[in-house]
Design a protein around this ligand. Sequence first.
Ligand SMILES: NC(=O)c1ccc[n+]([C@@H]2O[C@H](COP(=O)([O-])OP(=O)(O)OC[C@H]3O[C@@H](n4cnc5c(N)ncnc54)[C@H](O)[C@@H]3O)[C@@H](O)[C@H]2O)c1
Length: 311
Amino acid sequence: MGKNILITGAAGFIGSHLVKEMLHFSEDTVYALDDMSGGCLENIEEFSETFSDRFIFQKIDICDYERLYAFIAENAITHIYHLAAIVSVQESMADPLRTGRVNLQGTLNLLEAARQAGAKRVVFSSSAAIYGDEKSMPKNENSPEKPVSPYGYEKMMAERYLKLYSSTYGVETVALRYFNVYGPGQRADSEYSGVISIFDTMLRQGKTPTIYGDGTQYRDFVYVQDVVKANIAAMNTDDISGEVICIGTGRKTTVNDIFATIAKKYGHTQPPKYEPARKGDVYGSLCDNGKMRKLLGLQELVNFEQGVMKI
Ligand SMILES: NC(=O)c1ccc[n+]([C@@H]2O[C@H](COP(=O)([O-])OP(=O)(O)OC[C@H]3O[C@@H](n4cnc5c(N)ncnc54)[C@H](O)[C@@H]3O)[C@@H](O)[C@H]2O)c1
């Protein structure tokens, strides 16, 4: 018999990949919610037809505690993947009250609803934005937390609430700190991996993209299916309640690498254009994924060249 699980932010990029995986490879009944502020109905509408008996979607805002609680309690949901968030750093800078309501208060609503309804475990999508531009590299779970945006603070404070709900209220919680997630279905304006989508679109059309700076700035790009695997392992591994786990590949990918990989994909032979670096760009970000490998058992990760071919 499958479980009753909930995925918040289900119409979003990562959420919709997780929904798909759960429907195809588990017997669980998937309850899904999203307020559609950033998500896309096309990401999930096929599931309402193909899996009509095991996929139940409702448009719910996680800021609406009563509806959130009712959805969890009435459907006897025991396991929750919490991905709903306003993911834009820029938006958090412009309107910290709004992003604070969703990313922090909304997460507290979710945890409290889970507690009141007797849910067993919550797996939370956190972010490497917690580190800000702190220079030590690679980052692990003990690296200094120095967020430089409301978004980073909201994720950091949400992680604290998760720890509290684990230690004090007996709701099992796991926070996964993703680095830069990429893959099919990602919006081109994503601040996380937008450069991949932008280069992919331009090079497919035979246009030459611009690289700001010398192109040696780097990120740790993790393929969306590996993030889905990490979520499922975090839900199903015993004795990890209260843990924070960094999710990345441990491999540097520079902007020059991105250009070269995607140019090769489309047989593009022109060199990129270079312009001066933009102010405020973080130079590097890299994950030490030792804890992920040890606790979640994720060993084989999709490499960047393979991942780019799937976009
Ligand atoms: N994409 C990345 O590289 C990355 C990196 C680190 C962390 N994350 C985290 O992973 C999670 C998923 O990110 P994503 O890239 O899929 O982004 P996304 O914007 O595609 O998905 C987020 C979803 O949450 C929904 N949402 C927003 N506010 C809501 C609300 N008040 N109530 C209900 N739903 C709401 C949006 O409509 C959207 O569908 C987020 O929590 C994000 O912070 C993503």
